[in-house]
Design a protein. Structure first.
Length: 162
């Protein structure tokens, strides 16, 4: 029994090592290929509630991204990507636009340097592809709808990783 085990152990370990290196090489190849193309995320609104269906996604730093934003509700919504830690600051600006007579005309888009990229205010059943380059600094970047009152529920986080 002992001799049998010894005889078979070495080849088995070699096979495992080979399989592992193939798997690693394959995975690395896939990662490299996907780095070259645009990272795509589809985000829809809810039909009734003021929420996004995707509240978290991850992208690679400095790489191209497209957020395919779809408003499948009858309510106007937008998608506003913010700098790290700026959800409350820009959310307050959004709420303040409630009393701005030109708020709707401005698409309820606050004037702020904390906005990285944004969609238009989409009316019901409209779509927009939001194309941008992911920030180079890893971290958590909030996104919100700035239609006044929506952002507290209608938000998510884009995580940027190296
Ligand atoms: Cu909204």
């Amino acid at each position: 029994m002992i001799s049998t085990c010894t005889r078979y152990r070495t080849p088995r370990i070699l096979l495992q090592a080979l399989a592992t290196s193939f798997a690693l090489g394959f995975a690395a190849g896939i990662a490299q290929a996907s780095d070259e193309k645009t990272q795509e995320v589809v985000i829809k609104t809810d039909k009734i509630q003021f929420i996004y269906d995707v509240t978290a996604f991850t992208v690679k730093a400095g790489k191209p991204v497209v957020v395919k934003f779809m408003n499948i509700s009858p309510i106007p919504h937008n998608f506003i990507l913010l700098k790290q830690g700026k959800k409350e600051v820009v959310g307050a600006l959004a709420d303040a636009m409630m009393t701005d007579p030109l708020g709707m005309q401005k698409g309820y888009l606050p004037e702020s340097d904390d906005i990285i990229v944004h969609s238009k205010l989409l009316q019901g059943m409209q779509n927009e592809d939001i194309k941008f380059t992911a920030p180079s600094e890893p971290g958590d970047y909030p996104y919100i709808c700035t239609f006044p009152g929506h952002w507290r529920l209608m938000n998510g986080v884009m995580t940027v990783e190296k």
